[in-house]
Write a protein that binds this ligand. Structure first.
Ligand SMILES: [Zn+2]
Length: 363
């Protein structure tokens, strides 16, 4: 496939011009979605790397949550207030645990990143998850500072300054009243938990594009490239290409079953590639490019087989479907340079966008 990349890129550009890109606009060249939007128009769910739902909440929901705050927490989080130095309740807290947003419960900072800055405000050198906070320029009070707020509910938290310790050099300077501390071992409230997820595994040829399009699905938390259902442990890319290890290039899809079903993922999988090609896909030949569904339970296996039967009965493809359906064995993550390959390089791959309403081409 690697030699055909320039042609594929040209093809992708043509497809893009023809309006073939997905409606979510998730392409390598597009700007990041605007997470500062203040309205609750139906929007694509947003998940952080740590698996939390960080879709911005509505003004209405924010107002109802804010109404339950103490006057001090309200002044700080909703009116961009600042508490007096050395007065916050969490300044000297040295216990193990997480610091969540006082308004919406999203975990924002962790005890292992806390340090004594001597400034009088709780300080952290890095957030719990980069996607849980927003940074915006704040020019109030005759200063230019970087404000930090909660990416889910927009609560004002404090500011970040470039005079922190290694490894980041950042000092996230927090108002205690914007945070709730949850000690390690205490029960975690639902609002502070990651979403409950399911996992699905698919092989549809070169994993670059497969990962890209699964990642674009509404309700998909993470899509990751790797190798599975082969005969060796911890294979490398070179080994699976040249040493006949029997692994398939596969994608691990972690998803929120409340937002997207396994059935929808199956449908996307069959739309994005040609399931009638045996041990090859597009320009790539070899059993590492086979079409496969690797199931984690009987329910997934049942759904996968039933859907293959339906596609067959409906005569969707001119040739028989050769997709393997097997229990998932261990999934080995691919090397870092393969992850988010399409996003990082802007290159294209053989697969097509499965999230449009167009019918899949007949094979
Ligand atoms: Zn929040």
């Amino acid at each position: 496939m690697r030699t055909l990349i320039p042609i594929l890129v040209a093809l992708a550009v043509i497809i893009a011009i023809a309006g073939g890109l997905d409606s979510s606009g998730n392409t390598a060249s597009d700007p990041k979605p605007d997470t500062t939007a203040k309205t609750e128009a139906p929007m694509k769910p947003v998940y952080s790397r740590s698996g939390h739902d960080v879709t911005p909440i509505s003004d209405e929901k924010r107002a109802s949550l804010a109404a339950k705050l103490s006057p001090e927490a309200y002044r700080i989080t909703q009116k961009d207030g600042t508490e007096r130095a050395f007065c916050g309740t969490l300044l000297d807290n040295k216990k193990d645990g997480t610091y969540s947003c006082v308004v919406c419960g999203l975990p924002l900072f962790a005890s292992q990143h806390k340090f004594d800055s001597g400034t009088g405000w709780p300080s952290f050198y890095t957030p719990y998850d980069e996607q849980h906070i927003k940074r915006e320029v704040d020019q109030s009070h005759g200063m230019v500072r970087t404000e930090i707020s909660c990416s889910r509910c927009n609560a004002h938290l404090g500011h970040v300054f470039p005079d922190g310790p290694k490894p980041t050099g950042d000092r996230h300077c927090l108002n205690s009243a914007s945070l709730v501390f949850l000690e390690k071992g205490e029960p975690v409230p639902p609002a502070s938990k990651p979403v409950e997820t399911d996992t699905a595994y698919f092989a549809a040829g070169c994993f670059w594009g497969v990962e890209h399009w699964f990642q674009a699905g509404d309700g998909v938390i993470n899509a990751e490239s790797g190798y599975m259902n082969g005969r060796t442990d911890n294979p490398t890319y070179k080994e699976i290409c040249y040493e006949d290890t029997g692994h398939a290039e596969a994608v691990k899809v972690t998803f929120d079953p409340k937002r997207i079903s396994y059935q929808q993922l199956l449908e996307a999988f069959f739309k994005m590639h040609d399931p009638t090609q045996l041990n090859r896909q597009g320009p790539d030949v070899g059993d590492q490019y086979r079409s496969g569904i690797y199931t984690v339970n009987d329910e997934q296996a049942k759904l996968a087989k039933a859907y293959i039967k339906k596609l067959t009965d409906d005569g969707v493809h001119r040739r028989p479907i050769v997709t393997q359906v097997e229990p998932a064995q261990e999934f080995f993550s691919a090397e870092d340079y393969h992850q988010d390959y399409i996003e990082k390089t802007g290159r294209a791959c053989h697969v097509r966008n499965p999230w449009t309403d167009e019918a899949a081409p007949a094979h």
